[in-house]
Structures are given as C-alpha cells and as structure tokens.
Unconditional design. Structure first.
Lengths: 478, 437, 262
C-alpha cells in the first residue's frame, strides 16, 4: 500500500501562478511611520489610527508564542511589507468592468466567480491582496438592510458600528498576532445584519495573497443583531512562492439575542513544495461572542493549505442558552504543520458546545488538535461534547491531541473522545475486490471520515471541499 | 512567587543533605552529587510551567521543613493496624528511616532462591551489579527538581529483586509511616523483576498524625522480559501534608505491569507516573482514583510512552471531588515511530460533588505511527439521573441512591486491587467518604 | 451443473504461494468450467482460504510457482481491481468494516464500475436504489442496511448477506465464497444458499470454500475437492462431502497414507 499512497498524496499544487497586476507596495519594515502610512493611505479617522498605534505599542511588549506544536525559522517582521494594493482604479459597477487579468485568475482557480455568483446567488466581496475590487449583489442585500462590504469602506460609511465593535471580541493585546494585525490590518470584510433579518443568501469572500512578501492582515467583523441570521463563506487559494508569507488575520463575530452566525472556511493556500520549501504561515485569531440569549455561533473549517496553520476559532458563550459549534477538517501533507482547534468558553447558563475535529496527516507532516473547554462557575447546566479523530497515512507523519478541559461548575457535563485510525491495506483490498481502484477508495474513506464536518458546509462549499481533499490526497496512481 | 522565595525554600529542602554520611555504594554517592547539582540549577516550578499550570505548590515554600534527625520509637502495637494479612513480607519506614524491628523478612525458600526484600543500605555484595545497573537509571532528573531532591538524599530505601523464573505469591508491603511535624522524607523504591518473574508490591503511605510534612518519593520499577508486576500504590498521608511522587517503570519484551494508584490524603499531592514500553509485546494497565475533599488538591500526571511495536496500554483514572477540592489529571500517550500495532486506551472520568469542586484535565495523544489503535476520553459530570431514578423506583431515597452511585463510581477502581484485605479496607474508606450527611 | 459444451473459465496449474516466506500452497491443479459448482473442503490451515485470496490478488501472498489462466488471460497480469472487473468475485470470510462509507454509496460505486466495464449505462442513485432494494428482498435484508457504513457493526450473518448482495449486483463469472456459511444460523444459511443458487447459471461458476458439509445440503456441488497441507489430495462428487462428514478429515489422510504406502 505504501507506494500507492505515496502517489496518492503527492499531487502537485494546481493554483501556483502569479497574477501580473501592478501593485502599490509599501517599503519593508514596521514602525509607527508604517502604521501612519497605512492609515493615511486609507484616509482613516483619527480614532482608528489611535487604535492601531495602541495595538502596536502593545505588540512591542509581547513575545512571539512558542507553545504550539509547530516549528519554523524566526520571522523577521522588519523584512515584511505591510501594505500593498492594486493601483487605484475607478469604482466598478459590474463584473464586466473588472480587470480581465483578474477574472482569468479566478478562472484558473476553478472559481468562475461571475457565473458562480449568479448561479449560486452568492454575493462575492472580492479581496485581491488588500483592497476590494468589486462587490456584487450589494444592492439586493441593501434592500433588506444588510451591510456587506469592505472593511475600509465601512470605516467611512458606518464609523459608529466599527468603533463600537472593533476589538470588542479580540482585544488589541489578545495575542501576539492579533496585536500585530490590529496595528497594521489593511482591509477585510464587514457585515451587519439588522434586527430580525435572515440573510437571504450566503455571503462569500474569496481571499488571495498575491504580492510576494506582502504580509496579509485582513480584518473581518460580523455583527448579527437580535433575531437575525447569516451564513458567511470564506475561501482561499494562493499562488506559489518560495519565500514564506505571513498571514495574520483577525475575525470577530458578535451575535445578539436569538441571532445565528455560521462561518465557513475552505483554506487552500500554498503549502510549500514537497520538500517543505515555501508556503504560507497562517496565524489567525478568530473568535465569536455569543453575547445574547439563545444566540449561536458555528465555525466550520476545511484546512488543507499553508505551510503552518495556527488557528483556534473560538466561541465565548456569554448569553444564557447560547450555542457554540466547531467543525473542522485539517489535512496536512509533505512538511506541513497544523496546530488547530478551538476554545469554548462557557459563561452563561445552559450553554452548549460541540466540537468535531478530523485531522488527516500524510507525508512528513504534523497535525495537532489543541482545544480548550472551560466551564466558568456561572455556567450552570453547561454541556460540551468533543470528538477529535485523527487519521494517519504513512508512517512518517504525526498526529497529536491536546485537549484542555477546565470545569468549575458541578452541574456541567463535559465529554471528550478521541481516536486515531488509518486506511488499512485490508480495506483497500476489499474495495479492489469489488473493482474499485485505490484512488477512489482512499477518496471515499477520507470523505467518509470527514462526513460529519462536510455535512455542516453549505452545498457548493461541500463540493469544493471534497474536491480540495481529493486534490490534496489523490494523484496519479503509480 | 519570586526567585528569592525559590532559593530560600530550596535551601530549606536541602538542609541536612551535606550531613549525610557517604554510602558504601559508589553509585549512590555519584547519584547524590549529580542530584545536588541539579537541585542547585533548577527552580521550584510555578504555575507558569506548563506541567504545573494547575498545581500551585507555593504553600510548600512557606514552611521550613527539617530532615528527620531521629526516628520515632514505634512498637508493633502502634502501627499494626496498617499491616495487611496477606502481606507476610513487609518493609516499614518511619519518616523515611528504615525500621527493621517492624519489618519482616521474606520467607526462607524465596530468600534461598535469591529473592531480595531489604533496605537499599543493607544490600549485600552479590546484588551490587543489579543495583548499579538500575538505580537512578529510570528516573530523569532533568527538569524534575523533586526527583533530584529525593536523589540528593538517597540513602535508605526499599529494594526488591525477584530473580529469573521466580514467582513470589504473597504481596510485599512497603509501609511508609509519617509521625512528625514539619519534616521532610524522601522514600525510595527500586524493584528489579528479572525475566519471567512475578511479584505484587504495595507501596503504602500512611500517617499517625494529622500534621504538615512533606513526603517526596521516587520509585523505579524495571521489568525484564516476560516479568509480571502488580503495583498497588496507596497515598493516605495527612490532609495537611505535601506528597510528591515520581514513579518510573521500564518494560521489556512481553513484560506486564498492572497498577492501581489511590490518592486519599495530602493537602497537595502530585503523582508522576512514567511508563516506558521498551520491548515488543509489553503490556501496561495504570488505573487510578483520587477521592478528595475540603481544600485538597490531587494532581496525577501519567505518561505512557510506546517505543516498540505490539504493546498495549490501558488507563482508567477517576476523580471524586468534594467540597472545594481540586483535581488535576494530565494523561499523555505517546506512540513513537517504531511502535506500530500499538493498542492504547485512556479514560478519565470525574465526578464533581459540589459547586466549589474543580477539575482540570488534559488527556493527550501524540502519535507518530500509522498502524495503531488509540483512543482516549474524558468526562466530567454528575451522577446519571436515569440511574438515580432507577434506584428510587426501587424504593431508595434520593440521598441513598446518590451515595450508592458515588460509592460505585469509586469502587470500580478499588475493585481492581488484587489484595483482598486492602481492597476491603479501601472500600470502607470510600464508603465512608461518599456518604452525605 | 456440468454441461457438455461448457467453456473453461479458470485453469490452475502447479500453483505455489507463500506468506512471510512460509509455503502455504504447494502445487494446486484445478480446472473450473462454466456452469459448475466446486466445493473446496479441508481443515483449518490446509490452504483453502489462501487459494481464495491468491485468486483475488491479495498483496500479502507471493506467487512462487505455477500458472493461472482466466478466460485465456494470465490472471497474475491483472491487479486486484482488474480481476474484480473481469468477473472474479471473492466473498470474504471476514468482511472488513469501513466506517464512514455508506453501504449504498459503496454498492453503487462498485456496481457502476462493473457497468462501465461491460459498456453498460451507469445507474443514477434513484435507479440504483430500485435495483438494490429488489435484490435485498431476495436475501431478506432490512433496507436499513443501505444507510449504514459498510459492514460496520453488522452481525456475522448480516456481513455474509451483504457479501451475497454484492455478488448479486456484480454478477461475476466466478464467485469464490470463502467460509460463507460460518457464523450463519440455520435460517440465514438457507437464505444465503438460496441467493447463491439463484445466481448460478450455465455461464458462471461458483467455488465454495468451506470446512463443513452443511452448506452443501443447500448448494449441491458438482465437484468436491479436499485440500490438505497446500495440495488437493482428493477430488470426487457431492458424495465425498458426506463421506468426510461421516469419517472426518483424518479419513482422507489415512486413505492418502495408505495410497502412498501401496
């Protein structure tokens, strides 16, 4: 089976190409002047510059975290350019006006967004490097009062909302990378769902890192007012580079009484080559505050890319009866390293959380689940269920599980289960005996293994996720 | 905790070390010197150390502990209630000092066949080679200040050697009795089970007075090919005491280590169990129960390290936490690249009896081989309402039903102790502690 | 049933195979023609299950000698999945569990792979559902089977029925049923045997690998072969199975020894 699996797991990266769009790149290095430059480029109000500077001061006092199960050479934060944007062009009213070069890029990605957006009724806020290029369906959303657009735009159009919620879930000094992001973030998405509104379509953003050595610092903020609901999709692919690229995004979600936010991610950034050269460093802080009673925050992620993934989408369950969910598939191959999981912080009464994590390791990779379930003394009747399964393909990779469970309330119930499995030779033989080749068999077993997570994804994302896993783990059979 | 406080308390803990007389065993003297160096390099752990994150041992630094100068003069009648009927062979240590008049020799036929049960200091010359090749080799002193401290005071201790193909039928009782206030003792055990041998060892920590003292133990168990060892560890120290323990177990091919560890006592206790499955086909079971109340803290750190293929390990650790007590469990299973066909399970179940009780648990898996079966689980919760209802439907009162189920929760681990009289005695303790008033 | 104008499906000559360097098959000669039902009997360790797995192409076994001709082709040139697609079906003694993969999904993929092989149309999920439910009735299987993971938490009898269901869907040229009767109660044995009988026709062949005679009460073999220590030591008609039942396997060995002595 060894040889077969080796072939299956070594399919080359298909999205490795660079789009030739002129970029406006800030000089390398980070200091107060860099931050002032970013802020002035974006015509930001004074309070936002203050927010950035405060974060920067905080960042200077912090140390890069070393507790995770990932190893990489020290990052030279002065060797990174903190701002790049396509040369300013006039605002576009429709897809036809978008740079054809950009459209071709999306086509190569297998994301024919114009068609896809129309077919699936998805509004796509395109982030190309750091600045929004085109936004569709905005009008339709505006009809029901939903604000969905670039973060920069929202700073100008809805300063009060940004001011109120920015940093309210992830404080500037929360962790090293969150502080860095707060200081230098360039753009991202902002989404506001008014009271009682059920968002009529999935909101979607495709992220792409394009300019070599440009750190990417997106900032996303989603507010769901009382009784509203939204499903947000984030998908990523990246071109191939030999130098490592840092990505440190911050995502903040706030759900009020009876509000429901579902946040789904498919991540397929460049993971480095088969020798572990290059690839994205993905250090992300994602956190949702289930602030209101009966609110719900659900994270679903399919992580297949990046050289290093360091990511713990979390839920702070503050409102009574609020619900937090985390569904994750993380696939690592070659020399990829992933240390990912979640934190469920139970504060309100009768809060409930579910964690389903599926890790698949192949090649020389290292895949860790790290999670925290904390039941505060106030969280009477809290419930958590966690299921963390690992699958190893080949004997050079590793899988680890690091769950932390801290309980301070005796009426809480916490259950954690973890197991590991492999794709057995006998399983492959059984498939073969029914005429099914090993490539298809592996794909079927893996998709079966991840079923509980894929079920949580919106339809078209589920298909994309299945393809991604195929791309990642299948190839020409020897 | 400041660095100043550390060094001060360390000086306290090392007090009297320099007055130790040189051991006739070179190995012992050499180990002591290394250990003292380690103690001088290391700091007392604080909550900033990942391994001590939930266990604050700063109270330890507030008391000045003295080494025991003189053993309490105890008679059999003072302590015989601790004796176990099955365990005809017994080594008794009072505040860490060997008490030959309370101890009993191994039966003559076993002695003839080479079984050794004695104080380490009294080891005869024919056992030197075995001691030289095992003592101190199974315990890592790096980053382990308590093991280093114990080794600094290495002097007496329990030595058990079971030669090849010998099966010792009756259990061996190692009884450590605390009698004095504000003293430190550093009990040491070394068990060498030669190929295809078999023995049951009870490591038993008891007290005559509810005082503050520190017991800091190190046990080393070396199991050769196909050896079988049953290890029962009972910690029923004073509820004011500190109990720190390190136990390292090394398993050769097809050897089998079965252990049950019970923690009732101590204000703060910490048990580090490290099992290395070094030979193919080795098996290990490591079960535990912590039953604590008031402001007790019981911390168990177990690391089961699978190095070779075809090994099996199973662990069930339970905690019953009453009042404002705090239990900590950290269970790590490592499966090394070579350890294919490992079968390992770990389960941690916790029962919080009050709203002030607290549990921090971290069951971990680190897997580097693909053809393995590993599973772990942790649960925290209360008694099952269905079970309570069932018992009530049979006429039991709510309180009785709860007591019964709490007792049953703990008894599941006690049940696994292979010594009947001890089992009975511990069942009574659990029974008493799980009755609400 | 033996037919006059039948064609040879499988021709095994001098087949030798080892596992972990220990020799299990020591020269097997066997010819299977269309329409025939063969029973291969023998004690545990006689090599009969190995023969079944070797024919299906299990990677744990190394072929050290002999030839196997399948419809004019060298069987050893075909990968396991190619053998399956060419019409060799192995009913496993211990069907493996595949958690997460739904039975209906698996059955449909296997079925459609075979359809494509035979230049027939693939069935969509709805069409396939109708077909599979029809087949399941034959085997008195609960439709719940379809939604469960392949063999996961199936009882022994359920697993064996699932094997025969697959056989009925794939319509193989040669079905090798390895200890299909083991673990079946009397009702299940009858149902499974009926299934096998209904599938047998003049164009295909069945090889029953079994320790006991009891399945042969339901499926009547044309030939019975007795294996011992990696060889076929005796071949006869269906009455040979009854003799074995009556006298035990030692009887064959005694006969064999006597024959060698003579």
């Amino acid at each position: 089976m060894g040889a077969v699996l080796q072939n299956l797991i070594n399919k080359p990266y298909e999205h490795g190409f660079v789009t030739d769009i002129e970029s406006d790149v800030a000089p390398k290095g980070l200091n107060e002047d860099t931050i002032r430059l970013i802020s002035s480029k974006k015509n930001e109000p004074e309070w936002l510059l203050d927010f950035r500077l405060k974060a920067y001061q905080k960042w200077l006092t912090m140390e890069e975290p070393e507790w995770s199960n990932v190893r990489y050479p020290k990052i030279d934060f002065q060797a990174i350019s903190y701002y790049s944007s396509p040369k300013p062009k006039k605002k576009l009213a429709s897809m036809d006006e978008v740079d054809p070069e950009l459209l071709r890029t999306f086509e190569k990605l297998g994301v024919p967004m114009s068609e896809r957006a129309a077919l699936a009724g998805v509004a796509v806020d395109v982030i190309f490097d750091s600045v929004s290029v085109a936004t569709t369906y905005k009008k339709k959303l505006a009809e029901v009062g939903i604000i969905f657009g670039s973060f920069t735009e929202a700073v100008h159009s809805h300063p009060d909302l940004i001011k109120k919620y920015l940093g309210s879930v992830v404080p500037v000094g929360d962790n090293y990378y969150a502080a860095l992001n707060s200081a230098v973030f360039t753009d991202g998405s902002f989404c506001y769902i008014p009271k009682g509104v059920k968002c009529p379509m999935d909101l979607s953003t495709y992220f792409r890192i394009n300019t070599e050595e440009s750190g990417q610092f997106e900032r996303t903020l989603i507010i769901a007012e009382e009784g509203s609901s939204v499903s947000y999709l984030e998908g990523c692919t990246a071109p191939r580079f030999d130098t490592n690229q840092l990505h440190a995004a911050v995502v903040e979600l706030v759900a009020m009484d009876n509000a429901d936010i579902k946040y789904s991610t498919v991540q397929n950034w460049y993971a480095g080559d088969e020798n572990g050269i290059g690839g994205i460093y993905n250090f992300v802080t994602k956190r949702g505050l289930a602030k209101g009673k009966n609110s719900r925050i659900s994270w679903t992620q399919v992580e297949t890319g990046s050289a290093i993934t360091w990511k713990y989408p979390s839920c702070v369950l503050q409102g009574d009866n609020s619900v937090g969910e985390f569904y994750s598939v993380a696939v690592t191959n070659n020399y990829q390293q992933a240390d990912t999981g979640t934190k469920m912080i139970h504060i309100g009464k009768n809060t409930r959380s579910t964690i389903v994590s599926k890790g698949i390791s192949a090649g020389h990779s290292n895949n860790s689940y790290r999670g925290l379930v904390r039941i505060a003394p106030t969280a009477a009747g809290a419930r958590n269920f966690s299921q963390c399964d690992s699958m190893l393909i080949g004997d050079l990779c590793s899988a680890s599980t690091f769950p932390y469970i801290q309980t301070r309330n005796n009426s809480a119930k916490v259950e954690h289960e973890a197991s590991t499995s492999k794709i057995g030779e006998d399983q492959l033989f059984y498939f073969a005996q029914r005429g099914i080749g090993s490539e298809e068999a592996v794909s079927m077993i893996i998709n079966g293994f991840c079923k509980d997570v894929f079920q949580q994804l919106p339809m078209e994302f589920a298909v994309e996720a299945t393809n991604l896993l195929g791309l990642k783990l299948e190839g020409s059979v020897g | 905790m400041s660095v100043g406080a550390d060094s001060k308390s360390l000086k306290n803990l090392l007090q009297g070390q320099s007055q130790l007389s040189a051991s006739p065993l070179d190995r012992v003297n050499q180990l002591r010197t290394n250990a003292v160096n380690q103690v001088n390099i290391l700091n007392l752990p604080t909550k900033h150390d990942e391994d001590w994150r939930f266990t604050d041992i700063s109270p330890l630094t507030k008391i000045s502990f003295q080494p025991v100068r003189e053993a309490s003069p105890l008679k059999n009648s003072d302590v015989e209630h601790f004796y176990l009927t099955e365990a005809v062979t017994r080594l008794v240590f009072i505040d860490g000092i060997y008490a030959p008049h309370l101890s009993t020799q191994i039966a003559e036929p076993f002695k003839k066949s080479g079984v050794v049960v004695s104080s380490l200091a009294a080891a005869s010359s024919e056992n030197l080679a075995a001691i030289e090749s095992h003592l101190g080799y199974h315990t890592e002193l790096q980053d382990n200040i308590f093991a280093a401290l114990n080794t600094s005071f290495l002097h007496e201790g329990a030595l058990i050697i079971v030669p090849r193909n010998i099966s010792v039928e009756t259990p061996i009782h190692l009884l450590f009795i605390a009698t004095q206030k504000e003293v430190s003792s550093h009990p040491r055990c070394l068990l060498i089970a030669e190929p295809n041998s078999r023995v049951t060892v009870i490591e038993d920590y008891v007290t005559l007075r509810e005082e503050t003292y520190i017991t800091n133990t190190v046990a080393e168990f070396a199991l050769a090919d196909s050896a079988h060892v049953d290890h029962v560890r009972i910690q029923r120290d004073s509820k004011e005491a500190f109990h720190i323990a390190n136990c390292s177990v090394s398993l050769a091919q097809k050897s089998n280590y079965q252990s049950v560890s019970i923690a009732f006592g101590a204000r703060i206790s910490r048990y580090n169990l490290n099992v290395l499955l070094k030979g193919e086909g080795a098996e290990c079971t490591a079960d535990g129960l912590a039953l604590i109340s008031n402001r007790q803290l019981a911390d168990t750190h177990a690391c089961i390290d699978h190095i070779k293929p075809h090994c099996t390990s199973h662990q069930l650790h339970k905690c019953i936490i009453d009042d404002a007590a705090h239990a900590v469990f950290n269970g790590k299973i490592i499966v090394r690249p070579d350890a294919q066909l490992t079968n390992s399970t770990q389960s941690n179940r916790n029962l919080l009896l009050t709203s002030k009780a607290r549990i921090d648990t971290k069951p971990q898996l680190e897997i580097f081989a693909d053809d393995v079966k590993c599973a772990h689980g942790a649960t925290i919760g209360q008694l099952d309402n269905e079970e309570i209802f069932y018992l009530k439907s049979r006429g039991l009162s709510e309180v009785t039903a709860r007591d019964l189920l709490t007792y049953a929760f703990g008894a599941e681990v006690i049940e696994r102790i292979p010594v009947a009289s001890l089992k009975l005695r511990l069942e009574q303790v659990v029974h008493k502690q799980t009755q609400r008033d | 049933m033996i037919y006059q104008d039948s064609k040879t499906l499988l021709k095994i000559r001098g087949l030798c195979a080892t596992v972990n360097n220990s020799e299990i098959l020591k020269g097997i000669d066997l010819t299977i023609k269309s329409g025939e039902i063969h029973a291969i009997m023998g004690t545990n360790g006689s090599g009969k299950s190995t023969l079944a797995k070797v024919l299906a192409g299990h990677t744990s076994y190394e072929i050290t000698g002999g030839t196997v001709d399948f419809e004019g082709k060298n069987l050893f040139d075909l990968a396991p999945e190619e053998r399956a697609r060419a019409g060799i079906f192995l009913g496993f003694q211990y069907p493996i569990e595949i958690p997460g993969v739904a039975n209906n999904q698996f059955l449909r993929l296997a079925f459609n792979t075979a359809q494509v092989q035979q230049n027939k149309d693939e069935l969509d999920p709805l069409e396939f559902d109708d077909l599979v439910r029809e087949k399941m009735k034959l085997l008195e299987m609960n439709p719940d089977f379809l939604d469960r993971s392949v063999n996961e938490n199936f009882s022994g009898g359920e697993k064996k029925r699932n094997e025969i269901l697959q056989m009925s869907l794939l319509d193989p040229k040669i079905a090798i049923l390895d200890e299909t009767d083991s673990g079946l109660d009397i009702d299940a044995l009858r149902i499974v045997s009926n299934g096998v009988n209904q599938l047998a026709n003049k164009d295909n062949a069945t090889i029953l690998v079994t320790h006991y005679q009891r399945m042969l009460n339901y499926i009547v073999p044309d030939y019975v072969h007795v294996m011992d220590s990696g060889r076929i030591v005796k071949t006869g008609g269906k009455e040979l199975a009854l003799d074995l039942e009556k006298h035990g396997y030692d009887w064959v060995n005694i006969e064999k020894t006597a024959a060698v002595g003579a």
